[in-house]
Design a protein around this ligand. Structure first.
Ligand code: GN1
Ligand code: MG
Length: 559
């Protein structure tokens, strides 16, 4: 761990009961807030155009240091990324000490701090935070920070480092990382040397942990055909290349595409998990890479915390030959597999599934026939918390962001179980290794990719067999640009609008005209738009439903 140079004064200052206001003020002036710009802590940190975010990064670094102090000096993380958003966007996301998202009660302080117009207002917010959480300023702060491949990331990292230096925090500059790697590192550092040690707290340690577990899980099982991976021209390409050092191609043959890290304009452009999921189509021009019918393919997003799979069924020239295996299908695959293993191992585990309103109706129906299912608002922070209520909580957003959590009780059961038959012992060993191949801190494209590969191989399934679990209802998502997205508020896990007044009743009226239809509207927490989701029993009616609901939204905004 390194302490940034030239901050002795700051360290002295923070080892007293004082906040180093004078030092903080210097940086405050050096990273001015763009006039008139309003920041908002959204679905996952603060995200907007990268060139407007220096002040935000500086201020959230200071809050990050306070968060670490409030947790007795445990390491917290700061990730600079805007995930699947266009390349000019960027963002910053704090990570709490167990590798999970920042405690939501801190979010309003983050929003207020980033919007403060002068140093005095900013100091006032810091003081309130210190008072509300009874923060002992003498406690040292430890913060690790990392970034994805965006051109604005180095500039924003400088602002982060300055904020941490002003606070005299001990820091680890993790450099280029996938978002889930940074979550892993936070948890691994904080548990190192304890009974709960999560893994070696290095990037290498991350690859080794996942790869070792994967190799044990597939040992003796006939290899499947090669997997084609679209890395979205992002940091996922770096991670994929590195994990291949630990997984020989005889164990998993990977063909990595869209690996052009640093090529201007390439990130998420015509590729990546979001492009594929929203457009329900192949990455642009991938046919030129010789993709064939039946090939197993997947796409990461820009910071490699999401994954969706897909393949071509029937004649690849036909538009409907594209078949998506999204987060919902991954959840179904994982839920069934883990439930079966638990049964075979003779262990009672309460397996549950967590989804959002974006989950396809068919997936919810499929899962509800098997396990308890919870619906939460959008954003992994909500799903993660809900998944903690189960012994094994499988959570996935439809867009492919998710993971599986094993509770401390479940882990204890797994380690203490005494299987009575060889088959039960096999299942138990498989479960124990699954725990290690899954990144339990957050959704992780690399870890989820390996999990899916293990299950498909174990079942000796191709994509078509996996796809056959259920048939999706036709669905579509639209963005509507409105005057003020804050005017749209929701209830019932975002499935119904509260305001604008009267709009929900109009949506209900429209939806009732279509067969087996569902539609809901919510403001995005990462983009300046309102999202419309529509799902119908009849594909021919889908566009009409989505467009009619979008029209109602536009009218309500213009009114
Ligand atoms: C419909 C949808 O996919 N929304 C995404 C998107 O959030 P919005 O609040 O919808 O912009 O980005 C989030 C962060 O990646 C992700 O958690 C979420 O699921
Ligand atoms: Mg992402």
């Amino acid at each position: 761990m390194t302490t940034p140079a030239g901050i002795d004064a700051a360290i002295r200052a923070t080892s007293s009961d004082e906040i180093p206001f004078a030092l903080i003020e210097q940086g405050f002036e050096a990273f001015p807030k763009p006039a008139g710009k309003k920041f908002e802590y959204g679905t996952t940190g603060i995200r907007t155009k990268g060139d407007t975010l220096e002040s935000t990064c500086y201020r959230l670094a200071i809050i990050g240091a306070l968060r670490s102090k409030s947790l007795n000096g445990k390491l917290i993380g700061l990730m600079v990324t805007a995930s699947h958003n266009p390349e000019p966007d960027n963002g910053i996301k704090p990570i709490d000490s167990r590798g999970e998202m920042l405690d939501v009660t801190w979010e309003p302080y983050c929003t207020a701090a980033c919007n403060a117009v002068d140093a005095q207002e900013f100091f006032g917010i810091l003081k309130k935070l210190i008072h509300a959480y009874k923060i002992d300023l003498k406690t040292p702060a430890k913060v690790i920070y990392g970034h994805d491949t965006r051109p604005s990331s180095p500039m924003l990292i400088k602002a982060v480092a300055s904020g941490l230096a002003a606070m005299g925090a001990q820091t680890i500059d993790a450099g280029l990382k996938t978002t889930p790697q940074l979550h892993y590192l936070v948890h691994a550092h904080n548990t190192a040397g304890t009974e709960e040690a999560y893994g070696e707290p290095t990037e290498e340690g991350y690859y080794k942990k996942l790869a070792d577990a994967f190799l044990k899980l597939v040992e003796g099982k006939p290899a499947t055909s090669k997997l084609t991976v679209d890395c979205a021209n992002g940091v996922g390409a770096h991670a994929l290349l590195n994990i291949q050092k630990y997984i020989p191609s005889s164990a998993l043959e990977i063909r990595a595409l869209r690996t052009a890290i640093g090529t201007k304009g390439a990130l998420n452009d015509g590729c990546g998990a979001d492009y594929v999921k929203i457009g329900q189509k192949l990455p642009k021009d991938i046919e030129k890479d010789g993709v064939q019918q039946g090939d197993r393919m997947c796409s990461f997003d820009g910071d490699a915390d999401r994954i969706v799979f897909y393949y071509l069924r029937g004649n690849p020239a036909q538009k409907d030959s594209f078949r998506l295996l999204d987060g919902d299908k991954i959840a179904a695959l994982a839920t069934d597999y883990i439930s079966e293993l638990a049964k075979k191992a003779g262990i009672e585990l309460n397996v549950g599934c967590v989804q959002t309103a974006y989950a396809n109706g068919s997936s919810t129906k499929y899962l509800e026939q098997r396990v308890p299912v919870t619906c939460t608002p959008t954003g992994v922070k909500h799903l993660h918390r809900a998944a903690e209520h189960y012994d094994v909580g499988v959570y996935f957003e439809a867009n492919g962001h998710g993971t599986v959590l094993f509770s401390p009780d479940a882990l204890k059961l797994l380690s203490e179980a005494k299987p009575t038959t060889p088959a039960a012992e096999d299942a138990l060993i498989q479960l124990r290794n699954l725990v290690d191949v899954i990144n339990q801190t957050v959704g992780d494209a690399i870890s989820d990719m390996l999990l899916v590969e293990v299950i498909l191989r174990s079942r000796q399934w191709d994509c078509e067999e996996w796809d056959a679990l259920y048939e999706e209802l036709p669905n579509k998502m639209l963005k509507v640009i409105v005057k003020d997205r804050a005017a749209f508020t929701t209830e019932d896990a975002e499935r119904r609008l509260v305001t604008p007044t009267g709009l929900q009743a109009k949506i209900d009226e429209v939806v009732a005209k279509y067969k087996d239809a569902r539609s809901f509207v919510r403001p995005s927490g990462t983009e300046d738009c309102v999202r419309v989701y529509a799902e119908t029993g009849l594909a021919a009616e889908l566009d009409s439903l989505a467009n009619n609901v979008a029209k109602l939204v536009q009218e309500a905004s213009d009114a």
